[in-house]
Write a protein that binds this ligand. Structure first.
Ligand code: ACO
Length: 312
């Protein structure tokens, strides 16, 4: 059994096309002012028509692998979180494995909507702890704009495409201290993709309230079960759906804005990609210092939720 599991590198990729709030004003009855005030979003990225979520994952994974200094064939598993897979099957994880030409790994997809990356990290941590492998590639990737009804102002202004990845490894020191995941399928209809039309439908304010309540309790619980005082937390890397949700949760654990990684203004809600994208945005600026206490937390369709507490 391995004692600890540590993140050794992160990577990310954003498609080059930027869609601004101003441009959305010409598509639906909305305004830059409304979107900025209600969500904090200013722009988002949109993948090309022929660019898939696996293409985005591939570029983010190459970035993470290059920064890790490990041999890619030492990766024992690929855990890929997405709700916008390239094909119904085979999984996007095996398509990614093939593109990366990784030979000695097993690979599978995890779908927990916006919580997908936290679920994937939880699973990867447990595999590494079991001693079955030393290194795993954990990826969150979405081409979520492919699920948007561009005539529905309630949803089309909120989402963007992108991918983030991490290499995690067995370690003699912490590392991930704890991870918690949960779900409640009775909320299945509040945020869903209708199987006939294949568009996102959302009861926005119900999702908002439940997200704030659930994540507020989860963040407190995560600190409590690990005997960490609120003041000991150095960074919160939350799912980036709405800046108001992020700040409401931070308030519940007395965390000031300068300790929160906020990328929603530039990325929009990239679903399962949002946490690794936000993490890598900060990590590539050397924001995190060795020993920093970092919490990741996410909430998504299902509902699903999860948190990870780690020492960097
Ligand atoms: N531009 C202008 N007006 C708009 C827009 C828009 N883009 N969208 C909605 N409105 C209008 C509504 O029609 C409504 O008008 P009405 O009062 O005349 O009916 C008004 O604005 C207020 O709408 P609300 O939905 O009450 O606005 P709210 O402040 O709740 O903000 C939002 C809406 C941004 C969607 C918010 O509820 C939210 O962020 N919800 C949570 C989203 C989320 O966290 N998703 C998580 C996971 S996503 C996943 O798992 C894939």
């Amino acid at each position: 059994m391995t004692k600890y599991v540590k993140i050794i590198s992160s990577g990310s990729y954003l498609p080059k096309n930027i869609l601004t709030n101003k441009e959305l004003e010409s598509r639906v009855d909305t305004s830059d002012e409304w979107i900025t005030e209600r969500t904090g979003i200013k722009e988002r990225r949109v993948a090309d028509e022929n660019e898939t979520s696996v293409d985005l994952a591939y570029k983010a994974s190459l970035d993470a692998i290059a920064k890790s200094n490990i041999n890619k064939n030492d990766i024992g598993a690929i855990f890929l979180a997405t709700c916008t897979p390239e094909r119904k099957f085979p999984s996007s994880a095996v398509l990614l494995q093939n593109k990366l030409n990784i030979k000695n790994a097993f690979s599978f997809d995890i779908n927990a909507a916006c919580t997908g990356f936290v679920y994937a990290l939880d699973v990867a941590k447990k595999y590494i702890e079991s001693g079955q492998m030393k290194y795993a590639l954990v990826v969150g990737t979405e081409k979520i704009t492919s699920l948007l009804d561009w005539t529905d102002r309630n949803t089309c202004v909120l989402f963007g495409d992108g991918a983030g990845a991490m290499i995690i490894a067995a370690s003699d020191e912490p590392g991930i201290i704890s991870s918690t995941i949960g779900s409640d399928g009775s909320y299945k209809d509040l945020l869903t993709v209708n199987t006939d039309l294949e568009y996102i439908e959302m009861k926005g304010s119900d999702v908002f309230k439940t997200a704030v309540n659930t994540l507020g309790k989860l963040a407190k619980h995560t600190l409590e079960i690990n005997s960490i005082e609120q003041g000991e937390l150095d960074w919160l890397v939350p799912h980036q759906a709405n800046e108001r949700i992020i700040l409401a949760i931070a308030k519940k654990i007395n965390l000031s804005k300068d300790k929160i990684i906020i990328t929603v203004s530039k990325h929009g809600n990239t679903s399962a990609a949002s946490i690794p994208l936000a993490f890598d945005t900060a990590n590539s600026k050397n924001t995190f210092k060795s020993g920093d206490m970092i919490m990741l937390e996410a909430f998504g369709a299902g509902f699903t939720w999860g948190s990870v507490l780690m020492k960097y």
